[in-house]
Design a protein. Structure first.
Length: 278
């Protein structure tokens, strides 16, 4: 069988605060090319280049809001052509916008309570300060803190500001937990150290992985430790989550690459089967 051809989408030069997109993707592609034929491209070029590949892998491509029209066109073209995209385009988390924070709040999940209308502040816990950010935002772009939230209904996300102890991220490939990292200092989000999750921590993270129902893909569950001691979801990253691979012990990093490689092979096998039945 021919070696699968993957178009790997990344913005190697994106100036991510506290992260080095280029370094991570250079490392990952160097390892993945042992198993796949790879070409890298910028997200602005993905739609034009994808017809020559068996699948598209979206990795550290930067916030979509910087190229929303182009990204929407890429999604539409991939769906129309039946081109497999990894992560699959059926994600219900950040891939689909921030509506999931509202849906999960309404469903009673352990998430930072969220509304999208200043008229609905009474639905949130009492607080002196609110966090307000654009509903289509990403990477803390447009985030403000205020005592009096404002903005058109449906265009902003409003949450109580929580003085959490720390943030922690849980990383999954498909539905398999890989590792966890946490930021001990809330003011330094990307200064991460290894974290050993408890069974309760993993049960918390798995609730959101199960809710998202992605059969294949990389997901990062970001949470904060509230003053009450419970974990609350901050974000469910299922589009292009940064992995902080440079902070991992070599054996953990190698295990992640093996899991990702196996996931991609399984994803391609499923995609071929679906295409054959079409």
């Amino acid at each position: 069988m021919p070696t699968p051809r993957l178009l790997y989408v990344t913005d190697l030069a994106y100036p991510a605060r506290g992260r080095r997109y280029g370094d991570e993707d250079v490392f990952l592609t160097a390892r993945l090319r042992e198993h796949f034929a790879l070409a890298l491209c910028h997200p602005l070029d993905a739609e034009a280049l994808m017809p020559g590949f068996d699948a598209v892998v979206v990795r550290n491509s930067g916030p979509v809001l910087h190229h929303q029209r182009v990204h929407d066109a890429f999604r539409a073209a991939a769906l129309a052509a039946g081109t497999p995209v990894y992560n699959p385009l059926t994600g219900r988390g950040d891939m689909a916008g921030k509506q999931y924070l509202l849906d999960l709040t309404a469903a009673g999940f352990p998430v930072i309570p969220t509304v999208d209308d200043p008229a609905h502040l009474a639905l949130l816990p009492e607080t002196d300060t609110y966090a307000v950010k654009p509903k289509q935002g990403a990477d803390s772009i447009g985030l403000t803190f205020t005592r009096t939230p404002a903005g058109p209904a449906g265009e902003v996300l409003i949450q109580p500001r929580i003085d959490f102890a720390y943030e922690v991220s849980f990383y999954f490939v498909d539905d398999a937990f890989q590792y966890a990292l946490h930021a001990p200092d809330p003011a330094r989000r990307w200064e991460l150290t290894p974290y050993e999750p408890t069974p309760a921590d993993l049960a918390f993270a798995r609730r959101f992985i199960d809710w998202n129902t992605l059969a294949h893909g990389i997901q990062r569950v970001d949470a904060c430790r509230a003053p009450s001691g419970e974990l609350l979801l901050v974000e469910l990253e299922d589009l292009n989550p940064y992995l902080s691979l440079d902070l991992l012990p070599p054996e953990t990093r190698d295990a992640f690459v093996r899991s990702l490689t196996a996931s991609l092979h399984a994803f391609l096998t499923t995609a071929r089967g679906t295409a054959a039945r079409a």
